[in-house]
Design a protein around this ligand. Structure first.
Ligand code: PLP
Length: 395
């Protein structure tokens, strides 16, 4: 009933999934075949020296971490990246064996113990953290050395040790028992900018850091620097691993990178018409009456709102797709519902499917379209759908 394709629940989290068959007002559709296609396209860009890390933090940017991780690994990715320890444990509990890098900072002995127990791989951002790791692993008498990833700040001014101190940092970590350096990495601040000046400077600093390691007579371990934008923009930034999030989900990090590989959006957001009515000229619609009907209108109520991930700032400034037509949204978007002007489809029926993000026939609305209207980025739009809606897989 949900669509012509068969729909099955793929992930839990909202409590809705267990009762997905009762949650018919709105849902997120995940196209794992598109995800697999995107991963294969990305792998085709890489030389045999470079592995693909699928970044699945924030519940795979709202797509469902476990099913995305499994599909990405089956399609050619060999690493997974998460932000937090619980995100890593969730993947291990689902039986995933691939190496998992935690991109965020780790502070407490409890986190370190969990990392060791679940065979996750942490990022080390400072000499102080390296000492906490070493002491904690000593205290729990951890037997084999824990693989750790050294994070350098080459210009993002977020996590990491200043690149000019790479030599000292690497020497310290090498001297500590219980730790083994699995990689040295950094993160780019402006890779999606057509102006590559800052990115090139970060690249130069990363190379300088590698030179410091070599000068100490240490063979540089696995190296990585690129996110989605850098992976698409410049193969000289690929090194041994590329850490790709957004492109795995089928979105381009920037318009100027659209002619690189073919990516297909994985996520669609759909809802149903729950009531249809005719209102007379001059009638106000929704909270605050921010929209007044200029003439008689046929309107439909749609069962999705800002608590589901439709930004309230899009009120009176978005369209939806119904029967392959673009239909304007009118009035303030409410927590669980919004209204649309269906005067061009007077025979519309309650229960009909409305596409908010996705494709109907030739018409398409993407997370990028919303991001532009809101002066934000598509990453934030996708992450907005990770809480409430049941997620269903198109098979
Ligand atoms: C989130 C993240 C990525 C992935 O970024 P995309 O732009 O989505 O490809 C890569 N590396 C680090 C350190 C990250 O935090």
């Amino acid at each position: 009933m949900l669509s012509s394709k068969q729909i099955t629940p793929v992930a839990s989290g909202s409590g809705c999934d267990t009762y997905a068959w009762l949650c018919q007002r709105a849902w997120v559709e995940i196209d794992l075949a598109a995800l697999s296609h995107n991963v294969r396209q990305l792998v085709s860009l890489l030389s045999s020296q470079t592995q693909l890390m699928a970044v699945v933090k924030a519940d795979a940017y709202g797509h469902g971490a476990v099913s995305v991780a499994k599909t990405a690994l089956e399609s050619g990715a060999s690493w997974l990246g998460v932000a937090t320890v619980p995100e890593g444990i969730q993947l291990r509990e689902a039986g995933i064996k691939a190496p998992i890098l935690i991109l965020g900072a780790i502070q407490t002995p409890e986190q370190i113990q969990a990392i060791a127990q679940w065979k996750l791989q942490p990022t080390l951002c400072s000499p102080k953290q390296a000492l906490v790791f070493s002491n904690t692993l000593e205290a729990i008498q951890h037997s084999s050395p824990l693989p750790v990833h050294i994070k350098l700040d080459t210009g993002m001014s977020r996590l990491g040790t200043n690149w000019q101190q790479t030599g000292e940092f690497v020497r310290l970590v090498k001297s500590l028992p219980h730790l083994s350096i699995a990689s040295v990495y950094s993160h780019l601040a402006t890779a999606d900018d057509p102006d590559t000046t800052v990115m090139k400077e970060q690249h130069r600093r990363f190379e300088e850091a590698i030179a410091q390691i070599k000068a100490m007579g240490i063979e540089p371990p696995c190296l990585h620097l690129a996110n989605s934008a850098a992976t698409l923009a410049d193969s000289s930034l690929h090194y041994n691993i590329v850490r790709v999030g957004l492109a795995v989900y089928g979105l381009y990090p920037s318009e100027h990178l659209q002619n690189t590989i073919n990516l297909q959006p994985v996520l669609q957001v759909k809802a149903r018409v729950t009531q249809v009515k005719t209102i007379s000229a001059g009638t106000g619609i929704s909270y605050g009456h921010q929209f007044i009907a200029p003439h008689e209108l046929r309107i439909a109520v749609v069962g999705i709102g800002y608590a589901d991930g439709v930004p309230r700032h899009l009120s009176n400034n978005m369209q939806v797709l119904i029967r392959g037509q673009r239909i304007p949204q009118i009035g303030t978007i409410t927590m669980d519902q919004l209204m649309v002007d269906v005067s061009t489809i007077p025979d519309i029926q309650e229960g009909e499917v409305v596409t908010l993000l996705g494709q109907q026939g030739k018409e398409k609305i993407s997370a990028n379209d919303w991001a532009k209207k809101l002066d934000t980025i598509s990453w934030e739009i996708l992450c907005g759908f990770k809480h409430r809606l049941p997620r269903v897989s198109m098979t």
